[in-house]
Design a binder for this molecule. Structure first.
Ligand code: NIG
Ligand code: FE
Length: 411
């Protein structure tokens, strides 16, 4: 099966040789070709180049991309898309004056989602999650990370991760899974935080590792949730199961979680709405990707991650959705890219680097996804007719995506 995309107005994120991530001032550059082609054999990019130099005369399918932009699909490295029901009532409660924290303290929030998920059958949970996955694929997402963390019992955590695995197999779609048992303290462990950490570490972790249900481990390191001590205990224990950390830190408070993540070689530290100089120093010289989640800042009206500060310090930045029922009921990476430009003052080049190659890095997929490179997965976005790629973030709220290819096939 061969597919040829021709007359592409702008072909973005072209990398002759792959880079695993881009950092600091390099993020300003988004390599592109004008009037280009991409040749796909089966599910992979076989070659690309300028139309003037094209040597391929025929293909099973030819797609004319005149006046259209082509780029790699978004790599969404932080989501919680396996969840049950929604929390739209809490959304209204917040409008009426309650804070996210107050809602959580009276048994809402993550515990509300956990109750719903525990009561939902595995098949129903799969059906609800599959619908979300199909929707984000149409919005241009071509690789995704999915966390557990709305189970909070051993059985329900395993159920979430089995659903994520089933999504991966059903859709033949790149999905990375993360065990987030330490997302909130369940009501029956209130006042017994250590007891819940024992359950996470001694019972959940071994089962998840044994059943090969996750590659990464996560914890909500935050005041009122899990402490630095809990985080260190978990990350240490996870090492023996080869689960790499990707952790929630600095969403509301900065108190050393970033340095701790770096100490345990976290692949990514996510949120960072609060960020201090010690966090920046800890990240410098590390392999840990800082991940910003601007839709969460938007929805909760909390600060945006200081991406400029990170990039000025020579660091990389990745962008992801955080798609979840509580803080970010949206999986739209186009909105994320737009919001990063509008609110975080990232240039379109920086935001697209952050949402493609750096997102791929943040979930261990940059060898196969995140750029237009020969041999990589043919996961591509074809836009509608637009003036230039700047229109993608500029026309916020518009859907400028015409077609999405996953593994070489139009979905
Ligand atoms: O990443 N911060 C922790 N977890 C989620 C939100 C959880 C929820 O409210 O359901 C997040 O924002
Ligand atoms: Fe999250």
């Amino acid at each position: 099966m061969t597919t040829l995309l021709i007359n592409i107005k702008e072909l973005l994120q072209v990398r002759e040789t792959n880079v695993s991530k881009v950092s600091g001032s390099d993020m300003k550059t988004l390599p592109k070709l004008e009037n280009a082609y991409v040749y796909i054999v089966d599910d992979k990019i076989s070659s690309f180049g300028l139309m003037a130099a094209i040597e391929i005369a025929s293909a099973d399918t030819i797609i004319d991309c005149t006046n259209k932009v082509v780029l790699p699909t978004w790599c969404d490295s932080h989501t919680h898309i396996v969840y049950a029901g929604d929390r739209s009532q809490e959304f209204v409660d917040r409008i009426n004056g309650l804070s996210y924290e107050e809602i959580a303290n009276r048994g809402g929030g993550i515990l509300n989602s956990a109750k719903k998920l525990q009561e939902t059958s595995e098949d129903k949970l799969f059906a609800q999650s599959a619908k979300r996955l199909e929707e984000v694929m149409k919005l241009g997402t071509g690789a995704i990370e999915i966390k557990s963390g709305y189970g909070l019992t051993t059985e329900a955590e395993l159920k979430m991760l089995r659903v994520a695995k089933r999504l991966k197999e059903t859709y033949n779609f790149p999905i990375k899974t993360t065990f987030l048992g330490a997302h909130a303290i369940p009501a029956n462990y209130k006042g017994n935080q250590d007891g819940y950490m024992d359950l996470v570490i001694d019972e959940m972790l071994p089962k998840i590792a044994e059943q090969n249900l996750a590659e990464y481990v996560d914890i909500f390191c935050e005041k009122g949730y899990f402490t630095l001590e809990d985080t260190e205990r978990l990350l240490k224990a996870a090492q023996q199961y080869n689960l790499t950390p990707k952790i929630h830190v600095n969403q509301f408070n900065a108190f050393g979680g970033v340095a701790l993540g770096v100490k345990y070689n976290a692949l990514s530290v996510d949120h960072l709405e609060e960020l201090n100089d010690d966090d920046i120093s800890a990240l410098q010289g590390s392999d840990t990707m800082p991940v910003a989640l601007p839709s969460c800042s938007y929805f909760l009206s909390i600060p945006y991650t200081q991406a400029r500060k990170l990039m000025d310090a020579g660091l990389p930045v990745a962008l992801a959705t955080d798609y979840n029922p509580g803080s970010t009921p949206s999986g739209n990476m186009n909105f994320v890219v737009s919001t990063a430009c509008i609110k975080m003052k990232m240039t379109p080049e920086e935001a697209i680097n952050a949402a493609t190659i750096n997102g791929a890095y943040a979930m261990g997929l940059s060898e196969t996804h995140g750029s237009i490179t020969n041999g990589k997965a043919a996961n591509l976005i074809i836009t509608k007719e637009i003036e230039s790629f700047h229109v993608l973030p500029y026309a916020f709220g518009d859907n400028n995506i015409e077609q999405v290819l996953i593994n070489g096939k139009v979905i």
